[in-house]
Design a protein around this ligand. Structure first.
Ligand SMILES: [Zn+2]
Length: 319
């Protein structure tokens, strides 16, 4: 088995790449700007990153790529909102160009694998990662294996419906978790409260109230901002309870910038609400709901490990 995998995270603004060890350590990094809305330049940039890291390693290392959007098991990007691509056979096109073993998966899925192998979930076989940022994503590791589903779309925790006729979600449906717990949604929940002129809050000092303003106000002691984060956390707890009732995992991890910023209000509310909705709560210990620890590295670490583990051409047993 190759000593290292190349992990690449296609973000909205940056392509981050790293040489990742089998233990999930990073030994080398590279990055360049993400060419938005231009698949040809994107493929050029990815090919250059891969070739540079392979030259440095002196080996045809396997490559794993994580990106936001709907990615099939065959590595075809059905829809990638960050980079404005549709129906791009990313794994096949890149393999044709640079050769070797290349896998592509959803960014939150590979981040879940990274956290389970080398982060907050190390040593735990079953976990769910929920990523809270501009949107809400998620990934599942069950029995130590990344679950990507029949079509590659498993783990879309953000679109678990928590309220049937609820708030509109960017996906086109209503009442999805993303419409209540993303950074964007937290801003919207707060703006709804400002409609009542009797509500006293420092949030009125801002021209625009988004998730960042709400978390900053909560940390400065604003009661309304804290209530908004608790509300978002409660909806998160409702969604998590359903996942726990289905999967019974060891651990729930919350990643993404909005999760860390909204601690403790959002996390505490999520833990309470989840525990209240678990079946058999008198006979079980609820799973921990904790912050992920790899931060921005979760994607490259998970992608590099996925590449190593799915590299069937190597001598090691595939997992
Ligand atoms: Zn949705």
């Amino acid at each position: 088995m190759a000593r290292h995998g190349i992990g690449i995270d296609i973000g909205g603004t940056q392509l981050r790449a790293a040489l990742v060890t089998a233990a999930g350590g990073i030994v080398e990094r590279d990055r360049r700007p993400t060419p938005a809305d231009d698949p040809t330049t994107l493929l050029d940039s990815l090919a250059h990153l891969i070739e540079a890291l392979r030259v440095q390693a002196g080996e045809q290392l396997p490559v794993g790529i994580g990106m936001a959007g709907l990615v099939t098991a065959a590595g075809e990007v059905r829809y990638g909102p960050n980079i404005g691509v549709r129906d791009l056979p990313l794994a096949a096109t890149l393999t044709e160009r640079v050769g070797g073993h290349i896998v592509v998966a959803n960014d939150a899925s590979v981040a879940a694998l990274g956290e389970q192998r080398a982060g907050a979930g190390a040593g735990v076989p079953d976990l769910v990662l929920v990523t809270l940022g501009t949107g809400v994503g998620g990934g599942l590791v069950v029995g130590g294996r990344l679950v990507t589903g029949v079509s590659g779309f498993a783990g879309e925790v953000g679109h678990v419906v928590v309220s049937e006729h609820g708030r509109p979600c960017p996906c086109g449906n209503r009442g999805c978790l993303e419409a209540y717990a993303s950074g964007t949604a937290i801003g919207a929940l707060a703006r709804d409260r400002l409609v009542d002129p009797n509500v006293v809050t420092a949030l009125r000092d801002h021209d625009h109230v988004g998730g960042k303003q709400v978390t900053a106000a909560a940390h400065a002691g604003d009661r309304i901002a804290r209530e908004v984060l608790e509300e978002a956390g409660s909806w998160l707890g409702v969604a998590i309870a359903s996942l726990v009732n289905v999967l019974d995992p060891n651990l729930i991890l919350l990643g993404g910038g909005a999760a860390a910023a909204a601690e403790p209000w959002m996390l505490d509310a999520a833990r309470r609400t989840m525990a209240a909705h678990l079946v058999g709560s008198a006979w079980r210990q609820p799973p921990g709901v904790e912050l992920a620890v790899l931060g921005d590295d979760a994607g490259v670490v998970g992608a590099g490990l996925l590449a190593l583990e799915r590299d069937h051409t190597a001598s090691g047993a595939p997992r």
